[in-house]
Write a protein that binds this ligand. Sequence first.
Ligand code: TEU
Length: 553
Amino acid sequence: MKKEWWKEAVVYQIYPRSFKDSDGDGIGDIPGIISKLDYLEALGIDVVWLSPHFDSPNADNGYDIRDYRKVMKEFGTIEDFDTLLNGLHERGIKLIIDLVINHSSDEHKWFQESMASKESPYRDYYIWKPGKEGNPPNNWTSFFGGSAWEKAGPDGEYYLHYFAKKQPDLNWENPKLRAEVYDLMRFWLDKGVDGFRMDVIALISKPTDFKDMDVEGLKHPEYTYAYGPRLNEFLKEMNKEVLSNYDVMTVGEAYGGNAEKTLEITDERNNEIDLAFWFDAVRVGRDNFKQNDWTLPEFKKLVKTQSDVSYHNWPTFFLSNHDNPRAVSKFGDDTPEYRIPSAKLLAMLLLTQRGTAFLYQGDEIGMTNYPFTSFDQFDDVEIKGNYDKIIANGESPESYLEDLNKMARDHARTPMQWSDQKQAGFTSGNTTWLGINPNFKAINVEHNLSDSNSIFHFYRKILDIRKNNDNLIYGDYNDIAINHPEIFAYTRTGKNKTYLVVLNMSRSTVDFKINKQYKGYNLVISNLTEELQTIDSQTIKLQPWEARLYVSN
Ligand code: TEU
């Protein structure tokens, strides 16, 4: 296995709008992040992934870019960005930025020109089609509700938008558009950024036939939209033109899942991108807006599939991000009794898996889902855009709200809880763009920093252990109890050591039977006890949500 810095990295995702506000407008900003650089250094992460910081009218919180070379004015200036980049680099932390190039904002000048006339040199920067007898060109739907087509401009044609209508899809068939994208990538790379997280990268090459979808297709349009015929070609070209000239990491959002194709774009022999986010494990039990029950064996099997990629691929692992609920609320137990041990258990899970680990802001202090009680508490375009469709499908507002309380994207987007003071120390202003979780008095950074037994300090310790143990990074992964309903137990076997991870993901006390080959393994760290123990019998007794890391002797 070839060693690479990005295979060893733990990446910390910052959603700038919600991280830290420096000027009292209730919206997080870059100077706010700069004021927390020492915090990031103390945590011990290697890379920051910054969600979009570009000029944007914020129809989708920056995932709709108006100018790819400017900083969003609420977030600061390009000088602030440079200061952030230098500040991170001085602390040995790399920075990757979010590349949103499946679509732009409708307020981007390319789109304004494109819409103005069929003759515009920018017309083919986007995808325009005539309607069919007064209707859109086909029955494709947008992820954020309604048709994927919108009529605009003097010629009466429709443009394609897989997301909101303020997010028109770029036309990757056009070599001029591709050259523009490569150019803007170079602009940021030449500043010194260390790579990109690529938003919905699997969607950039469109299907060629634009055929109507059938009923099944319409349930999950992402399978029709993703992995178009020229995706590999476009990524190879991007790699050759841009990426290959820099020492950077790339991680693509492989939304629209197809394991075989995802492996293809991240196969090191293909020179496309380095890594991909798979969604199956993080979305276990999810079907569109429904979060159904799921079992631990189901989850472990999905994790194993992600981990068992070929020798020429490298996996990623994450338990939440800005599009998913809070890790401790979905995978742990966010009741007062078990929140702390289960959040620590998830730290051990995240940081001992095989693959580049992605930690989402706030998870290091065990932030939880928000108790939403009414629709006006949400901000998300996805929730609002799909409301009519969901109600038309026969669901009641009450049951939609119940579903959203399990899976809404806004759970992860509430402001970071820095202290138990006013506005959780997030802003000096009187309002925040999205509500602060009422539990901030109990759950915040300040308390975590001052308590050596906190979730934060547990993250720090495991990060440290991981950093100093190659075997834990490159070692083989083997799930030793995949059908066990409560225990997640696996080994990581490297050149000279085997690590054993045993996690009790339940509220019960469990006697876990273990093969005698693990006799004599020594405890490295546990989330419940400081006492160092050796495995001396064939049963390990685990308390509720207990997590233990052992090493061979
Ligand atoms: O996300 C694409 C994606 O997977 C989700 O939006 C998904 O459609 C949704 O969460 C299902 O519930 C990326 C970004 O991460 C997201 O924030 C953007 O809204 C989206 O692309 C459009 O840029």
